[in-house]
Ligand binder design. Structure first.
Ligand code: UDP
Ligand code: MG
Length: 310
């Protein structure tokens, strides 16, 4: 029996890109030796994405659609796609053709060779701009220092997993605050990477604002590292040493010139100590927020409507 490739595409306000994405991708998928299903996840778009997807799913029964009740974010959309996929291999890609479908045959070849996890690594990102590229490099460097698990820099949300690896992701990685790319890299199995050159976005604009990226980076670091929690211990030790030095200095200057006037020193120390203290309280607060989100156990996504899903 023919194997099936599931292609999961998350779409948020992608009305302008979808038709071209479908044309290009379907043409390539038809030529594969595998059967395929194209799973589009409409992540609560406010534009005509839903109607474009509904039309595509009526024209082509291989097009499946899952539509969320509101925007749940890119990762939630990928998770939903994984949940609904039935293929022997699953590829996640963006709807804006930044992840070129030309690489699908190569991915299928790797899957046939028995690879379970295929990470697509960007060699060049034309459209991201220097700031995003710089921030991304800095983020990976930082997380690789802080976390025990190691991440591939420039790994993207373009990846493929075998049915076996997908099952692990579906069953065991249901965290509410998460980093799917990180899990994909750390579930083990036989892995390989394929380098690709990111294209420029075909239409529409990037949905990731700098603010979203910062929030995402902070959460990811906290999900994969407990080191920030230990900052309090280091800060405490540092403050202790500083305190001893100040004490010795005070006694020394008191013996030499009498009572020292320490107004400036007190103010500086006070501000500095409180800054450290509040920073640490903030860090702990953020971990508590993550814990709280897990505890509440709210759904990762809510499906309002599906098409061609049986
Ligand atoms: N996306 C989504 N939900 C969101 C934001 C983005 O499903 O809340 C999708 C979007 O439609 C696209 C992919 O995630 O297919 C990547 O987003 P985008 O191209 O805006 O990010 P960039 O490539 O600029 O990092
Ligand atoms: Mg994009």
């Amino acid at each position: 029996m023919k194997k099936t490739l599931s292609v999961v595409v998350s779409c948020y306000n992608e009305e302008l890109a979808l038709n071209q994405f479908y044309e290009e991708t379907a043409t390539i998928l038809k030529k594969l030796s595998w059967d395929y299903e194209l799973i589009f996840v409409n992540d609560g778009s406010q534009d005509q994405t839903l109607s474009v997807l509904t039309r595509l799913s009526e024209l082509d029964e291989k097009v499946k659609m899952i539509s969320f009740s509101r925007n749940f974010g890119h990762e939630a959309a990928m998770i939903a796609g994984l949940d609904y996929s039935q293929g022997d291999g699953i590829v996640c890609m963006d709807a804006d053709l930044q992840h070129p479908p030309e690489y699908l045959p190569e991915i299928v070849k790797k899957l046939e060779e028995g690879c379970d996890v295929i990470n697509m690594v960007r060699t060049r990102n034309e459209s991201a701009g220097w700031f995003k590229n710089f921030a991304s490099a800095a983020f990976y460097r930082l997380i690789n220092v802080l976390s025990d698990v190691k991440f591939e820099p420039n790994a993207s949300d373009f990846f493929a997993v075998s049915g076996k690896a997908a099952k692990v992701l579906k069953d065991n990685y249901r965290e509410k605050v998460r980093f799917l790319r990180g899990y994909v890299q750390n579930i083990g199995f036989s892995r390989t990477t394929i380098e690709y050159e990111a294209r420029t976005r075909v239409a529409g604009e990037s949905k990731y604002s700098i603010k979203k990226l910062i929030a995402f980076s902070v959460n990811t670091i906290m999900c994969f590292s407990n080191l920030p929690l230990k900052l309090g211990i280091y800060a405490g030790c540092g403050a202790g040493v500083l305190g001893i030095i100040m004490m010795i200095y005070t006694i020394w200057s008191w013996a030499r010139v009498g009572t020292p006037s320490g107004y400036a020193t007190i103010i500086v120390l006070l501000c500095f100590m409180f800054a450290v203290l509040f920073l640490i309280v903030g860090i702990i607060g953020n971990y508590i927020a993550i814990l709280f989100a897990e505890l509440k156990d709210r759904p990762i996504y809510i499906v309002e409507e599906t098409k061609n899903i049986h």
